[in-house]
Design a protein around this ligand. Structure first.
Ligand SMILES: Nc1ncnc2c1ncn2[C@@H]1O[C@H](COP(=O)(O)OP(=O)(O)OP(=O)(O)O)[C@@H](O)[C@H]1O
Length: 622
């Protein structure tokens, strides 16, 4: 395409031409000023991704399309206000760049450019995962682009000997479009070249000499292309946003996916610990799940069917089976506690159930919906309190709850009531805490807010990953009360390291070790099944440990040592055949000659059961 092209120089001289700020500071500065909003949008988008805020929003029901539309409108509105501010102040202060051209033309051209800038930032954001890197890159890009406009692009499009196609090609780079706009709106480059230039007017838009029409077309085409590319990368890119995509491959090719699952199942069977078949309670749970899969029962909100997660080994490391074929069912109105040592696979299980990672094989049904196919629908009915607080530092606690409440379709008075109730239930209401920015919250306050977020809007299934970690005793009690009253009409799946919490909150408990359930039942059942013992704790002077052990074995030959820590020893003694009075007498007599500082006899606790189950299965899996 060959364009006739006008340079500044040939413009006809005017009578007077006072030196203008836009001439003094140059076009470069105006390009910077307008592009300044680009790194801001970019870093904001990447921040939401890096902090997994988008993930948590999605888990609370904010669909992809809604997220993109809201974010787009938000950044477009801010960019528009910023441009209005620039043009208004520029005009008031007499800057000819803003004053000479028709405001309607300026509106159309700047509006098109800021749309392009927002869509370009959206596309760029898909390639970054670190906010700081994105921000630095964004600013360097802004500065570099303006300089390139001045020293690379300008000489080319001012060179009459070069074909116009070269500059058109360069205008495909969005900052050069902006440079060209500023160039065309600006008075001539030097007051020495006095011209009759009076800005760009409505009728000039179709004049090929100023290239405005071409730029508008380029910007419109690029805007649509960038948005489409963003959608494509976001939808089909590999888990960039921390959210597994339930891509249509699952829908359209279910047979193939189930075939793949079967293949993986066969390979994984080799890894399943052999103790699995010995655990009658776990086997019974597996049968219940099979029964529920055959005859559905709406009372069961969560059904995990042989769920497996294998992390593939990287950098020469072996693959890791985090969850090894877990079958589990949780009824509505029930709180199910998952206990397990570090690395047992609790978080991996929750991550699969919340769509954060993809199961290697097997699946789970949440209120009848398959996590492989219907995650977007599932998100509308679940609440999540992740292991790490995913909050906006700049918003208040109340604003967080208002936002998530709206996502859960609460409106008006009902929303206000729910938010206040929620804040009170986690002790974040009094003293104006609710209206403080989250940046000023302590770790415990953030945790309580995360729990409140997971419960707002009446979700039918709630996942809580170590909800009370880092809380002081009073806050923990308040949180437990909130969870207790919340579980009435919903299923709660909770992971914890606190036995006290598991006993206080959970109707059923599963102990998980090495990715598989070792036992399942309520705390009384577990203590009775795996307990059936007394626990004897003795603290004696240093060096007397062997003598104490001998004494205990004389009282109960079947006694087992649980641990020995600097003079304190714990023994497990089968109840059968043991006479408590004899133990009392023997320990009192031994107090003086064995230097026993303290001793105690108690029923086995859940913690004892946990230690026994965890260490037993560790041993069996070695
Ligand atoms: N992304 C990953 N890549 C590779 N291995 C992983 C990954 N995430 C977890 N693992 C491994 O999977 C196992 C289970 O981890 P997971 O975080 O699910 O355990 P957990 O029971 O939640 O532990 P904790 O109580 O410490 O939170 C661990 O051995 C862990 O190292």
């Amino acid at each position: 395409m060959q364009f006739e092209f006008i340079k500044d120089m040939p413009r006809v001289a005017q009578q007077e031409f006072p030196i203008d700020i836009s001439f003094l500071v140059g076009k470069l500065v105006f390009v910077w000023m307008i592009m300044l909003y680009f790194p801001v949008i970019l870093s904001n988008l990447v921040y939401e991704k890096e902090q997994k805020l988008r993930t948590i929003m999605k888990m609370h029901g904010l669909g992809d399309m809604a997220y993109w539309i809201i974010s787009y409108c938000y950044f477009l509105l801010l960019s528009l206000l910023y441009m209005l501010f620039l043009v208004s102040f520029g005009s008031i202060f007499g800057i000819k760049l803003f004053r000479l051209s028709d405001y309607r033309v300026q509106f159309v051209v700047y509006f098109a450019y800021i749309n392009l800038q927002v869509s370009f930032a959206f596309l760029m954001a898909t390639f970054f995962s670190n906010c700081r890197t994105a921000s630095v890159t964004g600013y360097l890009f802004t500065i570099g682009s303006a300089y390139s406009g001045e020293y690379l692009f300008r000489p080319i499009f001012e060179d009459m000997s070069l074909s116009r196609s070269w500059s058109t090609l360069m205008e495909l780079f969005p900052p050069f479009c902006l440079y060209r706009i500023i160039y065309e709106f600006s008075p001539p480059p030097s007051p020495l070249y006095r011209t009759d230039f009076s800005g760009v007017h409505w009728e000039d838009l179709s004049d090929h000499k100023n290239g405005m029409l071409d730029i508008l077309i380029i910007m419109a085409v690029e805007w649509a292309t960038f948005l489409l590319l963003t959608f494509f990368v976001d939808e089909f890119g590999t888990f960039r946003n921390g959210i597994r995509k339930t891509v249509s491959i699952f829908r359209s090719n279910t047979d193939q996916s189930s075939h793949t699952c079967q293949m993986q199942t066969i390979q994984l069977e080799e890894f399943l610990p052999s103790v699995e078949t010995d655990r009658t309670d776990v086997s019974r749970e597996r049968e219940t799940v099979q029964q529920l899969l055959r005859e559905s029962d709406s009372n069961f909100s969560v059904i995990c069917d042989n769920l497996k997660k294998v992390y593939h080994g990287k950098d020469g490391n072996a693959e890791k089976i985090a969850v090894a074929g877990l079958s589990l069912s949780v009824q509505r109105g029930q709180c199910f506690g998952i206990l397990g040592p570090n690395g047992a696979g609790k978080t991996s299980l929750i991550s699969m159930l919340t769509g954060f990672t993809k199961p290697t094989s097997g699946t789970a049904y949440i209120d009848g919906m398959d996590i492989r196919l219907d995650m977007n629908k599932i998100y509308t009915g679940i609440g999540v309190c992740p292991q790490f607080d995913l909050l906006w530092e700049t918003l208040t606690g109340r604003e967080h709850l208002m936002f998530y409440g709206r996502l859960k379709n609460l409106r008006g008075g009902a929303l206000d009531v729910a938010v206040e109730h929620s804040l009170r239930s986690v002790r974040l209401f009094d003293g104006g805490i609710a209206d403080k920015r989250v940046a000023k919250y302590s770790g415990g306050m953030k945790r309580r807010l995360s729990v409140a977020i997971s419960l707002i809007g009446d979700p039918k299934v709630v996942y809580m990953d170590e909800p009370s970690s880092g809380l002081d005793p009073a806050s923990r009690r308040a949180l437990w009360n909130a969870v207790m009253s919340a579980k009435e009409n919903r299923a709660i799946v909770l992971t914890t390291h606190s036995m006290e919490e598991a006993e206080a909150l959970c109707d059923r408990i599963g102990i998980m070790v090495n990715g598989s359930l070792q036992c399942i039942g309520n705390s009384k059942e577990l203590k009775a099944r795996y307990g059936g013992t007394y626990m004897l704790t003795v603290t004696a002077a240093a060096g007397e440990e062997a003598a104490v052990e001998q004494l205990v074995r004389s009282l109960c030959p079947a006694a087992n040592g649980v641990y020995r820590i600097s003079g304190t020893q714990k023994f497990e003694m089968p109840k059968q055949g043991l006479r408590i009075s004899e133990v009392f007498q023997a320990m009192e007599r031994a107090k003086s000659w064995l230097n026993i500082a303290a001793w105690g006899l108690s029923d086995a606790t859940l913690e004892d059961t946990f230690i026994k189950v965890a260490s037993g299965s560790d041993a069996s899996s070695v």
